[in-house]
Ligand binder design. Structure first.
Ligand SMILES: [Ca+2]
Ligand SMILES: [Ca+2]
Length: 177
């Protein structure tokens, strides 16, 4: 399957954000840096939610390195990362784990809803730009208390990695879309 332009743009953006130290490659240290930042973004989150998200980041990083490091140099290059969209089913389980753990961090009270400030704090910690974050939250259709269902967010994270999808809420995260 040929990924949509939107899907390619989405994963290129993810690569640039996950490369937390900006050296052009994904390595275990990048996931440690990113995880530390995101886990600290919601002060009210319970320890269990932090531990779960830290574990999801670790597992995600390990899976990417295991599955994508084609030349075996211990790091994932931008070219190697492109397989993420070419062969997405290999990552379904780990993306799912990450999506659920991130959405749970945004719902520290456990009522099934994510309030705008927590959403923005988490997405800024990942590295997305604020106008794009606001546009995505708006696209989710926040309720009268300015909240969105945690499940809507988790579904949107899963969609984000689908190679056949274009015109989805997650495209708001890509500058210029
Ligand atoms: Ca790096
Ligand atoms: Ca490599």
């Amino acid at each position: 399957m040929v990924p949509t332009t939107e899907a390619t743009d989405r994963v290129e953006l993810v690569f640039s954000l996950f490369d937390a130290d900006g050296n052009g490659y994904l390595e275990p240290a990048d996931f440690t840096v990113m995880s530390g930042r995101v886990v600290a973004a919601v002060p009210a989150a319970p320890d269990a939610a932090r531990d779960r998200l830290a574990g999801a980041f670790r597992h995600y990083g390990e899976t990417l390195l295991t599955e994508l490091d084609a030349d075996g140099d211990g790091r994932v290059s931008p070219e190697e990362f492109r397989s993420v969209v070419l062969d997405p089913q290999r990552f379904d389980a780990v993306v799912d784990e990450f999506a659920e753990a991130l959405a749970a961090m945004g719902d520290p009270g456990g009522d099934g809803f994510v309030a705008r400030p927590d959403f923005i704090a988490l997405m800024l910690a990942i590295g997305f730009a604020r106008p794009n974050i606001e546009a995505l939250f708006q696209a989710f259709g926040p309720d009268g208390e300015d909240r969105v269902p945690a499940s809507t967010w988790a579904d949107s994270i899963r969609d984000y990695y689908r190679p056949e999808k274009a015109g989805i809420a997650g495209d708001h995260l890509v500058p210029g879309h």
